[in-house]
Design a binder for this molecule. Sequence first.
Ligand code: HH2
Length: 334
Amino acid sequence: MGILADPPLPQRRGGDGDEGVTPLPQRGRGDGGEGAPAPGRSRHMRCRDRVLELGRRTLVMGIVNVTPDSFSGDGFGSDIARAVRHGQQLVADGADLLDVGGESTRPGAAPVSVEEELRRVVPVVEQLVALVAVPISVDTRKPAVARAALGAGAHLVNDVGGFQRQPEIPALAAAAGAAAVAMHMRGSPETMQRDVWYEDVIAEVVDYLARSREIGLAAGLARDQIVLDPGIGFGKTLDHNLTILRNLHAFRALGQPLLVGTSRKSFIGHLTGRPVQDRVFGTAATVALAVAQGADIVRVHDVAAMAQVVRVSDAIVRGCEREHLAQLNTDEHR
Ligand code: HH2
């Protein structure tokens, strides 16, 4: 149901066919709407020839790391074939979008050269675009990688630099008709966890993302092509992360699609004492509470599990899938 005809059709998500993928409707800037949309109200996000419906249910973005050193331990080094198979599996598990990354952003991660990141990312994007029906995002801070991935058919660029390190990135996405994610990060992955301090973390991250949106609009993106993300774990302490997750409404108030990425992150490990491979329940708590506060997209490693969390949370919070619930009402309930 993530990829929809316009007007929206309530259909199942995923699948490898072309069903529900529609040509790009002609819309002008500002179609993302003004102010904070109420949860449950239908909105759209445009990325190239796809229109994703937002508001009726939360979209699940599955992570495909073509890296040897991702913090979550799920990276595929530069094994292109395994990364592609993993992406296909995530779609079968219920992913509405895939996010392909070739450089770890974990605290202290060593930077990867443009050539190496291109080698890792571009063939995976190219093959997934051909093999799965869901939109493909490229997670990069480098304009050269964004350009090549868009050339290979990527539908979104996920910029953890929030358009503010490399303003070329939103311009490249706009020129391709793609959408772009602007994420807040303090400093760089090499430095971001040193001396982390905010006077008012919510106000400062909201201001930063409002500026990212202005940069995106000036670069030619339309309102419904700009996704904002407070950047959980990027230059934030445990307390900052929890404060942000408690106040997602402040980011919703910017009126843009909101992405939240908590999956397996270290603040969950600090709270539960669990290693990175064993944070699925902690991640589930954050996903359910993000859905409850109106997140539009959750970025996760454990797609099969989180698709269930999202489905149940959406049914409670958004009252969605009424047809499905009406059918279940005839069955025995416990
Ligand atoms: N988190 C990570 C990477 N990219 N992008 C957005 N928009 N939001 C996030 O929260 C986010 C992100 C870190 O997760 P992962 O990709 O699994 O780790 P690594 O960067 O070590 O590969």
